[in-house]
Design a protein around this ligand. Structure first.
Ligand code: NDP
Length: 324
């Protein structure tokens, strides 16, 4: 028996239940992990609330964690028991122990501690693909980052600065503005009060940004388009305010022949090659200290409902880890 957070229906944080589950033996290609810590991600809220579909109930939520391999299934030769590994985008991480396909796991160097490892995979690999694949950021590019003091946001801003971008960060409070500025943002916009496109034009000599990395969705879609320079890219990659409404692509022409994409990390880690390419680069920048993973909140996994409440109420900054 092991403990896990499960849901039997979608809804508010109250649907999260801490209960016993059976884990069993790993099948072909799988390992069993004794998990040490899980990362909390906004996608967990979408799964719990019903914004994203859940295949089957009861379901163990959670998409990333770090743990120790404690049993190997048939045919697994890339890992040994005792290996410390982490993973992103594998539903079922809110558990003390779990089965998982070995080819989804990345070995974590000793110099990266458990909390960092638990927080960095999903959010860090997202920052990686947005900056290197969705719109490859170039030195001198002005870019717009939403929720700049959040989990993905703080990693994205530091990494973008490392690549030489001028980062404009949208933040929900003065306190978040300070945190964002200490982590790569040159400018911040208090987007609860300020008009985003006009502030962006002021900050870019009227030109606009090369790319808007928009994790807010419904509430900011139009403002993002109106903040782009000609040929600019809107990467709308999250729905913290709700899903973007359907739109007419013809509006992109007069605004400057713009591009809109709706990427997901799932595609960017679908093959082992893609997963390893991103993970290697991420581990490098975390190990050499150029990107810091700020774990600013921790909760016991059993108290996961409190963590969800904190994330949804916009009161967290940086990453949140659920300890086991
Ligand atoms: P964050 O730590 O960024 O938390 C969400 C933040 O969004 C809040 O702190 C808040 O910051 C901002 N926000 C704005 N409007 C709202 C609202 N109405 N309700 C709640 N929050 C709001 O979360 P994560 O780092 O886990 O995720 C960030 C985003 O990235 C999410 O939208 C997530 O879905 C997306 N994502 C997408 C991936 C993909 O591949 N497509 C992968 C990973 C994450 P503020 O107060 O500054 O406005």
């Amino acid at each position: 028996m092991t403990k896990a957070i499960r849901i039997y229906e979608t809804g508010g944080p109250e649907v999260l239940r801490w209960e016993d589950i059976e884990v069993g033996q790993p099948g072909k290609g799988q390992v069993r992990l004794r998990q040490v810590a899980c990362g909390l991600n906004y996608i967990d809220v979408y799964g719990r609330s019903g914004l994203y579909p859940i295949a089957e109930f009861p379901a163990v939520l959670g998409m990333e964690a770090v743990g120790i391999v404690d049993a190997l299934g048939e045919g697994v030769d890339s890992l040994a028991t005792g290996d410390r590994v982490a993973y992103p985008m594998q539903i079922g991480s809110y558990a003390e122990s779990r089965l998982i396909n070995a080819d989804r796991l990345i070995k974590i160097p000793d110099s990266i501690d458990d909390q960092t490892a638990a927080a960095m995979m999903l959010k860090g690999l997202t920052a990686h693909y947005l900056l290197h694949r969705t719109y490859p950021v170039k030195k001198g590019d002005p870019i717009l980052v939403y929720a700049a003091a959040g989990g993905v946001g703080l990693i994205l801003c530091q990494w973008a600065r490392l690549l030489g971008a001028t980062v404009i960060g949208c933040v929900g409070s003065e306190q978040k503005a300070e945190i964002a500025k200490a982590n790569g943002c040159t400018h911040t916009i208090l987007y609860r009060n300020e008009d985003i496109p006009s502030r962006v034009r002021e900050l870019t000599d009227g030109v606009g940004v090369a790319v808007a990395y928009d994790s807010i969705g419904k509430a900011t879609f139009d403002a993002s388009l109106d903040s782009l320079r000609p040929f600019g890219v809107l990467a709308t990659f999250g729905n913290a305010s709700g899903k973007v409404d359907p739109f007419n692509p013809a509006i992109l022409a007069p605004k400057g022949s713009l591009y809109v994409t709706r990427p997901t990390l799932a595609t960017h880690v679908a093959s082992r090659e893609l997963l390893e390419q991103g993970a290697n680069r991420l581990i490098e920048v975390v190990k050499n200290g150029s990107v810091k993973i700020h774990v600013n909140q921790t909760f016991a996994l059993a108290d996961c409902a409190e963590a969800h409440q904190a994330l949804e109420s916009r009161s967290t900054t940086g990453s949140t880890v659920l300890t086991i």
